[in-house]
Design a protein around this ligand. Structure first.
Ligand code: FRU
Length: 499
């Protein structure tokens, strides 16, 4: 009886997806190799985990509309992190603590314990006095059918002094004999990462404030994640989150030391995971080889300075995709690198190379077999280059282009999409750390509706949605003044992995 309510809700939502999915799959703006919902709305990645021989991706979704509302958890599995099979929805709003059109089953995470898969999520409801966010749990033995825990919510309201409306996004992990959970909280208009502890996954006690903003890091940290990572010098801990109220930063990471006796994290390094206009709410998981893989929602909320809307794909009955999966690596300087997963090499199709070495006062067509869905590696020899600036003009037709400008003199990178598609706007910008470097390597992925650019040894990345039509399949390397010396330029068209 208790869980029949959710089963019914899942069946009803599933009928809507099944009725729409064929039409949606024909949409012209559908991505070729980025994860998307079958139909309807998608935002954050949730509960990413390797469980019983499969990778499970859950995601915030609204099956009833191409806009946010009444959050469900979508579900898909993969055995190679490239090809995905959609499963029935995992969670649906169904109980007084999580059933509301402006609430539902908000973001959270997964953990395996004794062969069982546990999901932790924020149950958001409103019984008349405003939205209230609590933490709840669900579990499954087969990894497909989930039961909500009878005693939900498992954490009712934040510690005293914290806002009831902003208490969300539990990420759970195990360390020695305890399970830990980091949840985002807000106090006196400042963001706090709240740390809880449990011995059995059911009973949780507030432990300490893991880390907090003193104003410089905003008023709320959505989707916090916490994990350990090692390099040759030893072990460090990383806290990541999407801050509200830090202008152009959508994804921050902090690297430091964790003290499990006190529940305090002290950080000494801060960085931005991705400077692009469409990278939000990243969550990470350990894959079966022990790599730390990070996945994010390729979009944005209204409070971002450049926000316009979520793009035109709603006309095709869907909205939202994930950015490319990235392997997180701790570099010697304690900064993080985010590398597109190696598996992507296996979907490379036709290779094209540029034979020309010196580019001077010209707009050179980049050879590609498919100028829409492709990968590019470009290596510039900085020791011989005299140009102080060059640009990549991407996904162009006669009128439209997305322009990535590399200002070598000022060491800045800008990606402008004001003329990308008659829809998008905004420019992402970051520094370029060229210092002593002899080479500048640019790794770029273009899909039907997005561009992702990695540089500075994968420490400076820009991900942006670009709703370019299929006729926008020309890409140029452009130099106005001086010489640009290209050591290597290779492109590959990429195979379609999504339905
Ligand atoms: C982040 C977020 C989360 C919340 C979810 C709701 O994108 O706002 O904080 O749990 O989306 O869908």
């Amino acid at each position: 009886m208790f869980n029949e309510r959710m089963t019914e809700k899942i069946r009803a939502a599933q009928r809507v997806i099944d009725a729409n999915k064929e039409t949606v799959s024909k949409g012209e703006m559908r991505q070729q190799y980025h994860f998307m919902p079958e139909a309807g709305w998608l935002n954050d990645p949730n509960g990413l985990i390797y469980f019983k021989e499969n990778y499970h991706f859950f995601y915030q979704c609204n099956p009833y509309d191409s806009f946010w509302g009444a959050m469900h958890w979508g579900h898909a599995v993969s055995d190679d992190l490239l090809h995905w099979e959609y499963l029935p929805l995992a969670l649906a709003p169904s109980h007084e603590y999580d059933d509301h059109p402006q609430g539902g089953c908000f973001s959270g995470s997964a953990i395996e314990h004794n062969g069982r898969l546990y999901l932790f999520y924020t149950s958001a409801a409103n019984s008349g006095g405003g939205v209230i966010q609590n933490q709840s749990m669900a579990y499954s033995d087969d990894g497909i059918n989930f039961q909500k825990f009878e005693k939900n919510p498992i954490i009712v309201s934040p510690p005293s002094g914290y806002d009831m409306v902003d208490f969300r996004d539990p990420k759970v992990w195990k360390h020695d004999e305890f399970f830990y959970m980091v949840v985002s909280g807000k106090k006196d208009q400042l963001a706090h990462a709240l740390l809880y502890r449990s011995k059995n996954l059911e009973d949780w006690a507030f432990f300490n404030v893991l880390a907090e903003s003193r104003g410089e890091l905003g008023y709320m940290w959505e989707c916090p994640d916490f994990f350990s990572i090692t390099n040759e010098q030893g072990e460090k801990y990383v806290l990541t989150f999407s801050p509200m109220g830090v202008e152009e930063r959508t994804s921050i990471y902090l690297v430091g030391e964790m003290n499990y006796d006190t529940g305090k994290f002290n950080y000494s390094t801060m960085g931005t995971i991705d400077w692009g206009l469409d990278y939000y709410a990243p969550q990470s998981f350990l894959d079966k080889k022990g790599r730390r893989i990070m996945v994010a929602w390729a979009n944005e909320w209204q409070w971002m300075p450049w926000w316009k809307d979520w793009g035109p794909t709603y006309k095709e009955g869907w909205c939202g995709s994930f950015n490319l999966l990235r392997e997180v690596v701790l570099d010697e300087d304690n900064r993080l690198k985010f590398l597109p997963i190696n598996e992507l090499k296996s979907i490379r199709l036709r290779e094209c190379t540029l034979e020309k070495e010196i580019i001077e006062q010209e707009e050179l067509l980049i050879p590609t077999a498919d100028g829409n869905s492709f990968e590019m590696m470009l290596t510039i020899d900085l020791t011989k280059t005299t140009a102080t600036q060059f640009s990549l003009k991407l996904r162009c037709n006669e009128e439209l282009a997305t322009i990535a400008t590399f200002d070598l003199a000022k060491q800045m990178l800008y990606v402008n999409r004001d003329h990308s598609d008659n829809w998008s706007n905004g420019t992402s910008k970051s520094t370029l750390l060229l210092q002593e470097e002899e080479r500048l390597i640019i790794h770029l992925f273009s899909d039907q509706s997005s561009i992702e650019l990695f540089t500075d040894n994968y420490k400076t990345n820009h991900s942006l949605n670009v709703f370019a039509g299929s006729d926008q399949n020309k890409n140029f390397l452009s130099v106005d003044k001086g010489q640009l010396v290209v050591e290597e330029l290779v492109t590959w068209s990429l195979a379609k992995t999504m339905l």
